[in-house]
Design a protein around this ligand. Sequence first.
Ligand code: T1G
Length: 694
Amino acid sequence: MSEAVKVENRDGILVLLIDNPPVNALSVSVRKGLHDALDKAKTDNSVKAIVLACAGRSFISGADIREFGKPPQPPGMAEVLDMLENSPRPVVAAIHGNALGGGLETALCCHFRIATKDTKLGLPEVKLGLLPGAGGTQRLPRVVGPVKAVQMIVTGEPINGDEGLKVGLVDGLFEGDPVAAGVEFAKKVLAEKRPLKRVRDDNSKLDAAKKDRTAFNEAAAAANKRNRGLVAPLACAECVAQTLEGTFEEGLAFERKKFLELMNGEQSKAQRYAFFAEREASKVAGVPADTKPRKVDHVAIIGAGTMGGGISMSFANAGIAVTLIELGQEQLDRGLGVMKKNYDATAARGGMSADDVTKRMGLITGKVGLEAATDADLIIEAVFETMAIKKDVFAKLDAIAKPGAVLASNTSYLNIDEIASVTKRPQDVLGMHFFSPANVMKLCEIVRGAKTAPDVLVTAVNIARRIGKIPAVVGNCDGFVGNRMLSARSKQSDKLLYEGALPQQVDAVVTKFGIPMGPFTMGDMAGLDIGWRSRKDRGIKSEIPDALCEDGRFGLKAGKGYYKYEGGRAPIPDPEVEDLISKTLQKMGKTPRKVSDEEILERMVYPMVNEGARILEEGIAARASDIDVVWLYGYGWPIYRGGPMYYADTVGLKHVADRLAAYAKETNDPSLEPAPLLKKLAAEGKTFASLASK
Ligand code: T1G
């Protein structure tokens, strides 16, 4: 008996209990344990039925992703699943927690499945750039029908046990101990002499779609709607469609072929990297892994503006009560009204019920005056982005907040140490930089002050994950990690207009690369007047955006900026802007040149990578993968490209460094000179990833 699979014979019911923390992945030790136990059971006449269950918090959460890309270790999943599916005795999967990916595929090879009502049953392989590679694309449609199956497999979204019972994915629900429930169900199956049906043998749920593909095609198209640039979702749909074409065996062979293509493809490698990078970022470098977070029961948010409202909604969405504090009743009511409107809009779209809206709004208690934060364990300040106002708030909080309360600022670039300096408790102060819209965007930059205590960092990371955010710990500098790299890119996009590129050309290169919005569309969205005013305050000229603003072209809100807008938010290239740019260049005595898309892409991405190298040199980020997490979840970097640092590794750091040096010379821009770390790694033929193994 392997320690990963404990075997126990309970009056003829053979219990196979998988115990492979933390998520019961189907690692080789589990596969071996199952294989040996099933092999022995074949000739053990005392065994009348088999129960497959898991110890710990969950049923099997999938194949062991860490094994991918390495030489396969027997027994393979297919072999073990075959033994389950062809067992001469009934096999019952007793599922709790998660049955995901290979976990659900394993359960589909059992004759019966029972689950708890809140179990997550899903095939999320598509999120790793893969598809269910152990028969899931062929078995799930035979159990829940091809329409439901294609939705689940292409989106990767799970259903719970309740819904599983309704759609026939589970045969019964249970509460409490999976093993006891499994044994009881197995006894019932024996007593009722239920026939042993293999999922693969029942095609009845495929008949309707075989006759009329409309519903299936519509479901496949709908599920694929937001998958621009990704190859896995399409492959998932193709595999499910195979159930309507040929035999089970043919479908299985097709699935195998497509799975291997994806697993060995560039996109899945990047997406699997992103999966682990996200989890790595939650481990605070330099802080002992067993550092306990402080207790956070009561949360206060200061400021009911866009950010404060979005942050409050994130907590409410996670079922955590918050006190939302404003200085005046009118501002508070306005902020609460905006949140209610947001929730109502989601409900109107069917994204939640009216009851959900009431519940979530019920978790947000509006208060006037900072005193309402007195007993909060965590206070997140989200007031105006000026140092004076933040200092004033933190000085007051210092006098009001209870000892040990964590004081976080949502500032997007101001100096955390300067904010902390007005308190007597700098060790309790840090940044929690949410990204707008805060109730949607996943990233939370956790900004580490010079004096921030380790357990305060761990507390912020922990609470960020509790509200469904993806935390990345960053150091204190102008722009932290994300915005600092964004400014390196903006500097180049602005310069390109003075060299002959047009806004729509630059934006098209960036969106074709897979980033949702180009720099000039982004500028129009944010408003060009903000930068214009700040430049005027500092006596700085920037001829093209200045000329646009002098012409009242403030961006989307003015109906024109770098683009024109005709009623909607879609940016329309505007000949007037082309004219304005050409006149500005003439005035400046500049001759525009043809700028290639390739140069634009390199000057959009490589300066960011260069800034990322400097960020690593300065210790502002502990890992290159943390920088990638920031860009994947804060700025829409395409998941199938892994992040800027991962992407640079795939391009080759020597090429990146050489191109930067060339552009530094051609455009007379020393800031494009390769950073020392980049130069060093390039010279040594190494990658940013090689730093992680140190
Ligand atoms: N393989 C290896 N390690 C895994 C893993 C997996 N499948 N899932 C999680 N881990 C590690 C994770 O890296 C972390 O490690 C720890 O477990 C806790 O994870 C053939 C091809 C299950 C919902 O895609 O979605 O089956 O940081 O922090 O928040 O068709 O983990 O502690 O060192 O995420 O409670 C399909 C992936 C695989 C599910 C739990 N399955 N996992 O969330 O914990 S491919 C998945 C998750 C497959 C077959 C195909 C989540 C979770 P460390 P965690 P959590």
